[in-house]
Design a protein around this ligand. Structure first.
Ligand code: 5GP
Ligand code: ZN
Length: 114
């Protein structure tokens, strides 16, 4: 989508700090980190929210948890733990309408979330 921030980052039109990529997704550092480590796992294919996902997308979405686990190990977050979050829509606190998974770690997380 031409007016989508994460599609522009995917194309390289907007710079980002990439920490991982494969044919289906890429991972960047969040520009406004909410924890010592704050990454965004972003599927290359544009979907506004998880509500748009189709059966064809489920395998790719599942692979995100594998990537999250690998990165968490590499970044030293496996022992203390970390959080993987998807915000969906207005009440979910979503601000960029291209599906992404937050990986947050490096400090204890509160529950329930605000
Ligand atoms: P959401 O609020 O939609 O769940 O998450 C969007 C995230 O994208 C926010 O954490 C925000 O800081 C991050 N973000 C917004 N604009 C940019 C950008 O231009 N570059 C990067 N790396 N992250 C961004
Ligand atoms: Zn997009």
């Amino acid at each position: 989508m031409s007016d989508c921030l994460f599609c522009k980052i995917e194309k390289g039109d907007i710079p980002s700090e990439k920490v991982y990529e494969d044919e289906r997704l890429f991972v960047i550092k969040d520009i406004n980190p909410q924890a010592p480590t704050h990454l965004l796992v972003i599927p290359r294919k544009h979907h506004s929210t998880i509500l748009e996902l189709q059966e064809d997308d489920f395998e790719m979405i599942g692979s995100i948890y594998g990537v999250a686990g690998k990165l968490a190990r590499q970044l030293g977050m496996a022992d203390d733990g970390f959080r993987v979050v998807v915000n969906c829509g207005r009440h979910g606190g979503q601000s960029v309408y291209h599906i992404h998974f937050h990986i947050l770690g490096g400090r204890p997380m509160a529950w329930p979330p605000g």
